[in-house]
Design a protein around this ligand. Structure first.
Ligand SMILES: Nc1ncnc2c1ncn2[C@@H]1O[C@H](COP(=O)(O)OP(=O)(O)O)[C@@H](O)[C@H]1O
Ligand SMILES: [Mg+2]
Length: 323
């Protein structure tokens, strides 16, 4: 497998340090992403799933250069990311682009769609004005939007249309990798399917690699070749999609799969009221899921399980994996 995106021991802490210029009390810190390791193959869709607050956007924002990591290394196509982004931001923008969750607020309200799509053509590709018109027409065609939309402003669009514009803006850079951060979560269910189909078509047409983030396991199941499950800042399970859905090994993944509502199937018993992510300012020792886990034993509350291979290409961080 040649990986186009390689992440090693990527870590992000927010806050921390001391008050009073370094002499006062220690400030609270949140360990939002904990030592993440990922390899994404060229042409692959890697799904990242986990509930709200588990660190998905923090991971995504580090990967696209919107947030500096506290520690760790990111390589794109064999090159050190930090070095490359610093030396040549335009080259970097042509490798990887981000699609935001909230389509309308991610577009500048004072710019027309034409201006929004022109920016990456000018800034990243130094494309002369004479060529930009045709390229913008192609981009609109690619996302199935009509040309008469070009001189309108973002607030004039529906969520689904705005997300198509967000996708067209990302494609304008002609990137190799798209990081899609909950790209359909803000959309109506009927529109979600259209945008997911569009993303699948674009991936084939432009030979893209996707990092597809969602809190919704059903959405990830529909799009991903491989799935990484995050819990409380850490990747707790990772496997090819068919393996993880056929036989999840982490009890958190089992819970996610069971609690996803499905038409025609009764809802499972709800979890206890206090079942939620631990306090990020006061993380528990051991496995962060232990308090919610039906299989937790004494070691789980004491020792944090490492992410290890358990069967072919199936990694899990669990002392007592499900069978
Ligand atoms: N800029 C920030 N400053 C402080 N804490 C943050 C910041 N951004 C995110 N966090 C915290 O990091 C954790 C992960 O957040 P996030 O990456 O947004 O999760 P997700 O995208 O999975 O919902 C949360 O506890 C969140 O409160
Ligand atoms: Mg998020």
């Amino acid at each position: 497998m040649t990986s186009t995106l390689r992440i090693r021991d990527l870590d992000k802490r927010f806050g921390g340090g001391r008050t009073l210029f370094g002499f006062g009390a220690e400030k609270p810190s949140v360990h939002a992403v904990q030592s993440a390791n990922l390899d994404v193959a060229s042409g692959e869709t890697l799904g990242i799933v986990g509930e709200s607050g588990c660190g998905k956007s923090t991971l995504a924002r580090m990967i696209v250069g919107l947030l500096p990591p506290t520690e760790g290394r990111i390589e794109i196509e064999g090159q050190d990311y930090a070095e490359r982004a610093g030396k040549d931001p335009a080259a970097f923008g042509k490798l990887i682009q981000y699609v935001f969750q909230d389509p309308i607020s991610s577009l500048n309200p004072r710019k027309t769609i034409r201006q929004i799509l022109e920016a990456p053509l000018k800034l990243l590709h130094a494309m002369p004005a004479a060529e930009r018109g045709a390229r913008i027409d192609d981009l609109l065609d690619a996302v199935n939007l009509r040309r008469e939309f070009l001189d309108r402003y973002p607030h004039e669009f529906s969520g689904g249309q705005a997300q198509r514009i967000g996708i067209a803006r990302a494609l304008a850079a002609a990137p190799r990798i798209l990081v899609l951060d909950e790209p359909v979560s803000a959309l109506d269910v009927s529109v979600q399917a259209q945008v997911l189909n569009l993303l699948a078509e674009l991936k084939r047409e432009f030979e893209l690699t996707y990092l597809f983030i969602s809190h919704d396991l059903a959405v990830v199941e529909a799009v991903a070749d491989r799935v990484a499950v995050m819990y409380f800042g850490a990747i707790v399970e990772m496997a090819p999609a068919e393996k993880i859905f056929a036989k999840p090994l982490h009890h958190y993944t089992v819970l996610l799969a069971r609690s996803a509502p499905t038409v025609g199937r009764p809802l499972g018993a709800p979890e206890a009221e206090d079942a939620e992510l631990p306090d990020p300012l006061n993380p528990p020792p051991g496995c962060a899921f232990a308090r919610r886990c039906p299989a937790a034993t004494e070691i789980c509350r004491r020792e944090r399980p490492p992410l290890e291979e358990n069967g072919t290409q199936h990694l899990v961080a669990c002392h007592n994996p499900a069978r």
